[in-house]
Write a protein that binds this ligand. Structure first.
Ligand SMILES: C[S@@+](CC[C@H](N)C(=O)[O-])C[C@H]1O[C@@H](n2cnc3c(N)ncnc32)[C@H](O)[C@@H]1O
Length: 274
């Protein structure tokens, strides 16, 4: 669509407001909707089509990962009750049950012990972590066996998810915080020893082809755990490992980074040492 700057701003406001009216996207941060909305306005023939394609894109990169509408209030009550019971086993069970409600953590549920044992065996003691495009991954903290003083900073685009994760971290006595951030437009400035960039590069690259590498370069951490899913959301393998391994190779070929590769049943992991 064409128009002068003030027309374009009005059109973008219309797209953002329409998307925010939809119950599925009303908690998504405005920055992300604006970024995608502006791209779609420049590609589509009218505002209606731009609203539709913005929602489609948001579905692909974020909405599709929820099998059901999250019930954060209920989950917090369950977490609080489990904490009160002082049963570590019950607390983990509640975390695992909640992780079923985001496909990325659901996929990882059966390999949690092995996943962190193998990754952390390759690392020195870790005292600070960023988790970009985290989804429900911070709920796996009880499986990570981190030192008590660890600081954990998590980022995603859903305001309600981030409120929930802040409550979860307080309850779990984890220092740090969760924050709403479109990490394609702004990478966390905080410097930490480790960064998790799990299963999200394909989402970033759907927003902007160069975004995967940009995020990897700008994260302020010496160690980065970067992963790719081994299956599509529908469960098909479709040569995904080979495809993502090749893509990761392209992204990092000019970098002077040390890379270790770890293969899991549901995920292909690369540990980058910068
Ligand atoms: C495939 S899931 C991965 C979740 C988590 N890292 C894991 O592996 O369990 C992708 C996540 O990226 C988030 N996301 C997508 N685009 C984002 C962006 N521009 N900034 C921050 N988060 C984003 C989505 O909301 C979703 O939670």
């Amino acid at each position: 669509m064409k128009g002068d700057e003030s027309d374009k701003k009005k059109q973008l406001d219309q797209v953002v407001n329409a998307v925010l009216k939809s119950p599925k996207y009303r908690n998504v941060c405005d920055d992300l909707i604006k970024n995608i909305g502006a791209q779609e306005l420049s590609k589509q023939k009218n505002i209606k089509a731009a609203i539709k394609s913005t929602k489609n894109k948001l579905h692909q990169i974020a909405g599709a990962y929820f099998p059901k509408k999250p019930d954060y209030c209920l989950w917090l009550n369950k977490l609080r009750a489990a904490k009160k019971s002082r049963s570590e086993e019950l607390f983990r069970k509640v975390c695992a049950d909640i992780m079923l409600y985001h496909y990325s953590t659901r996929e990882r549920l059966n390999i949690l012990d092995e996943f962190y044992a193998r990754i952390f065996s390759l690392l020195p003691a870790i005292n600070s972590i960023v988790d970009v495009a985290c989804g429900f991954h911070p709920l796996s903290i009880p499986w990570m066996h981190l030192p008590q003083r660890v600081r954990y900073y998590a980022y995603d685009v859903y305001k309600d998810m981030i409120r929930f994760l802040n409550e979860f971290m307080a309850l779990n006595e984890v220092q740090g915080c969760a924050e709403v951030m479109d990490v394609v437009q702004k990478t966390p400035e905080i410097s930490t020893e480790l960064a998790f960039v799990l299963n999200t590069i394909p989402c970033f690259e759907q927003i902007e082809k160069s975004a995967g590498l940009k995020v990897l370069e700008s994260i302020n951490s010496n160690f980065l755990v970067v992963s790719f899913p081994a299956h599509t959301l529908g469960g098909r393998e479709k040569d995904m490992r080979r495809h993502y391994e090749a893509r990761f190779g392209e992204l990092t070929e000019k970098k002077n980074w040390i890379i270790q590769r770890l293969e899991f049943k549901t995920e292909l992991v690369f540990l980058i040492t910068k």
